[in-house]
Write a protein that binds this ligand. Structure first.
Ligand code: ADP
Ligand code: NA
Length: 326
């Protein structure tokens, strides 16, 4: 028997990168051992920002393909697209009625987004955490794997559940718990910012070995190390951080020592990392290639996932409508 139900959603950002892989996907795979997992491609959330509204279908497909290739097992876990189960929009509306507007506009993520896209501070953007709450509680998830940056959203979800249950004197909605997992914050090839597709500082999982090598060669290393003969400082080098994840302990030790005494140059150090990364991703890439021979398979998985998700969703909504008195 499993320990409970996990829900996690991610916007359809297309082909996944190393940040997604180390920060989310590996955890998704691991959680399947102990939990009933629901993994949702939240396409409606993607509409809250302008740039992600393009290629929604293609991005959904590519992301689902990566998820399947990495080892999310659709026979066990429910993998589906948010908009395929429209009950979430209905629940979102009901939850919005117990949500003070000020609480939403006070959230740090809202303030940040509003600064980023002042021309598009739409109603949906403000309500993003309400929709996120609806996602979680519609499926009666016990646990939500989140990074620390999402903690305020989960606390918001818990408060919203309490408000709803209190207002309608019911217990139908479950307060989700946060499952904090220590995941690395992966820095992009610029060596500075969080790896992200929108910053174009990412390394795609599905890239070819040659593309991967080229990307790795662009990685910014210790900025103080200018000439090959300068000793480097691995502690401030993102390539070294990657070695620690993808290289053998002996290689990490070698890089650590040799970099500090200029025994190894950045080019050779990067070549070694690229080689190890390509080796590590080889089974993933092969599996991805196999699945992509039959794109219908991916869409069938999502369709079947939506069917299973709908059953849970509709059962919850029957209770919710009854509790409200609709
Ligand atoms: P979303 O907005 O749906 O979270 P993202 O593409 O920003 O979409 O992220 C998807 C998942 O990958 C999230 O769990 C996020 O924390 C993780 N992730 C993305 N980029 C990184 C990164 N550079 N380092 C660690 N984790 C990351
Ligand atoms: Na994110």
């Amino acid at each position: 028997a499993k320990k409970g139900r996990v829900f996690s959603g991610a916007r359809p950002t297309g082909r996944q990168h190393l940040g997604n892989y180390l920060g989310a996907m590996l955890n998704y795979v691991a959680l399947q051992e102990d939990y009933d997992c629901i993994y949702c491609i939240v396409d409606v959330h993607a509409l809250t920002t302008l740039e992600t509204t393009l290629d929604l279908r293609q991005n959904t497909y590519e992301m689902a393909l990566d998820w399947l290739a990495v080892g999310i097992r659709p026979e066990e876990s429910i993998v589906f697209v948010q908009s395929h189960v429209p009950q979430v929009m209905e629940l979102h509306t009901y939850l919005s009625m117990v949500t003070p507007l000020g609480k939403l506009t006070d959230l740090p993520t809202f303030k940040e987004k509003a600064r980023e896209q002042p021309h598009n501070v739409n109603y949906g953007l403000v309500g993003y955490p309400v929709l996120m709450t609806a996602d979680i509680v519609l499926y009666k998830a016990d646990l939500v794997p989140v990074g620390v940056d999402q903690a305020p959203h989960l606390e918001f979800a818990r408060e919203t559940v309490r408000s709803f249950n209190h207002r309608y004197n019911t217990q139908v909605l479950i307060e989700p718990q946060m499952k904090v997992t220590q995941v690395p914050k992966v820095i992009g090839i610029d060596g500075q910012q969080k790896m992200s597709k929108s910053l174009n500082n990412h390394i795609e999982l599905a890239a070819t070995p040659e593309e991967t090598r080229q990307r790795v060669m662009q990685m910014v290393t210790d900025p103080q190390r200018i000439r090959r003969s300068d000793p480097g400082n691995p502690d401030v080098c993102n390539v070294f951080s990657m070695h620690k994840i993808f290289s053998s302990p002996e290689q990490v030790e070698m890089v650590n020592t040799e970099c500090r005494r200029a025994g190894i140059g950045c080019v050779d150090c990067k070549k070694l990392f690229a080689e190890n990364l390509n080796h590590h991703l080889q089974p993933f890439r092969q599996r991805r290639e196999e699945i992509s021979q039959n794109p219908d398979f991916v869409w069938d998985v999502l369709k079947d996932g939506a069917k299973r998700a709908s059953q849970i969703a509709e059962a919850t909504m029957v209770e919710v409508r009854q509790a409200i008195g609709l």
